[in-house]
Design a protein around this ligand. Structure first.
Ligand code: AMP
Ligand code: MG
Length: 417
């Protein structure tokens, strides 16, 4: 349970001469910079959903372990029914049921009652469906031809001994638990949950529930990001709010460095006089201002504070959410031990028109209705309600675009990030 080595000091460093980053390039930098930051632990399958595998998992058994019947019916040797119109077989006494093997071989000319999941007795490789059979206590008859092997499951047809079931870095899904259990695996080695701190900055911010004075606004980013990160399965630490004041920010950053594996901050990340996050990181940590050619989004302040990776997102809630989805989420996934993963997107017809200037990549709040992508009526980055209206983002690439209704645009559901 030993923790992996720290990130490189210059992990967020930009190559010399780079001022503006394309989204593509920023993601490539993150991909190369990020490493798993958490130790591993062993967990029972019951609590493994959403955890990230820290090892490849190989099957040490076949599934199914024995050839068995896929239906309720009568089992026999299949060559007897391959090219005959009517098949009559003597019926053996007894039956094979799931968990109750028949035990004795079935000779040619004979059939035996088998139930779904029963191991095929020796001499049986084919099962005819119960409903297709006339039977009395001594014999059965049914119409052919019926191919040998019909209605059976062969040994190892789903999983073979030695097969790699899941690779290190996979985020375990509920269906994976069935796969693992089907070959007798009861525990897996996973990464400990990444501890992600969430911090808001800004003198104007107050808590929802408090009485707002003139000039104050409620902190909308923190609940959103806390929820977002909890949904991703991280251990979220609410680091509260920091004033626009270097001293209090320093105190919180120090505390975050003790308690978190990664920190997401919003606000104060630009180069203005009240942008203390970037100023502090510049003075005492390692700051890299990432000016990414993306809309919405202002510079992201990336840095290490005593080894703690800090993702300084723009304060504007819309920009904060888009940057968290596009940049922070893939980075955190890697810090958490997961494989680097880009969201799956879909080309769908646009239900909107838009003329886009060249230069930046744009993300529009969007959703699919009647098979087409709609976008929120306002692109205003202060329009928080558009985030709730939307179910995903339309991604418009860097070149200029004149999107007409019916043109194909790229849509990414929120769940894909
Ligand atoms: P900043 O990046 O600090 O310059 O903030 C940009 C804009 O986002 C300003 O209008 C801030 O008031 C607003 N803002 C910053 N943080 C938050 C927050 N946590 N919740 C809502 N609005 C915010
Ligand atoms: Mg601010």
């Amino acid at each position: 349970m030993i923790a992996p080595p720290p990130l490189r000091d210059d992990c967020f460093a930009l190559p010399p001469g780079v001022d503006w980053l394309s989204v593509e390039f920023a993601l490539e930098l993150l991909r190369n910079a990020m490493r798993p930051k958490v130790a591993t632990m062993c967990v029972d399958l019951g609590v493994a959903t959403g955890r990230i595998l820290a090892e490849d998992i190989t099957a040490s058994e076949n599934s199914p372990p024995h050839a068995n019947s896929a239906i309720d019916g009568y089992g026999y040797l299949g060559v007897q029914s391959e090219d005959r119109d009517v098949i009559c077989l003597s019926l053996m006494q007894g039956r094979a049921a799931a968990g109750h093997p028949f035990g004795t071989p079935v000779p040619e000319g004979y059939a035996v009652k088998v139930l779904t999941g029963a191991i095929l007795p020796e001499g049986v490789d084919t099962v005819v469906m119960q409903e297709d059979v006339s039977a009395d206590s001594h014999e059965i008859a049914f119409r052919g031809p019926l191919k040998a092997g019909k209605n059976t499951r062969s040994v190892g047809e789903d999983i073979q001994t030695g097969q790699v079931l899941f690779g290190k870095g996979r985020k375990i899904r509920t269906s994976d638990l069935a796969v693992l259990a089907s070959v007798g695996i009861s525990q897996v080695t996973v990464y400990q949950p990444l501890r992600v701190g969430i911090l808001s900055t800004g003198d104007e911010l107050i808590e929802p529930g408090e009485q707002a004075q003139v000039g104050q606004i409620y902190d909308a980013n923190r609940p959103m990001l806390i929820g977002q990160m909890m949904q991703l399965g991280y251990d979220v630490l609410d680091m509260g709010r920091a004033d626009d004041d270097a001293q209090s920010l320093r105190f919180i950053l120090n505390s975050a460095a003790d308690r978190c594996d990664a920190l997401i901050t919003t606000g104060g990340a630009s180069a203005g006089e009240e942008d203390h996050m970037s100023a502090l990181l510049r003075d005492s940590g390692s700051l890299e201002m990432w000016r990414i050619a993306v809309k919405p989004g202002r510079p992201m302040a990336m840095g290490l504070w005593s080894g703690l990776p800090v993702f300084g997102l723009p304060g504007n809630p819309v920009a904060a959410m888009v940057c968290a989805l596009v940049f922070t989420q893939p980075a955190l996934r890697t810090l958490a031990g997961g494989t680097w993963k880009m969201p799956q997107s879909f080309d769908v017809a646009a239900a909107f028109e838009k003329s886009k200037k060249p230069g930046r990549r744009e993300y529009l709040r969007a959703r699919i209705r009647k098979g087409c992508a709609e976008v929120f009526r306002s692109e205003g980055s202060g329009r928080i309600t558009g985030l709730s209206w939307a179910e995903g983002l339309v991604e418009l690439a860097e070149p200029a675009h004149d999107v007409k209704i019916g043109d194909k645009v790229r849509y990414i559901p929120f769940s894909e990030f």
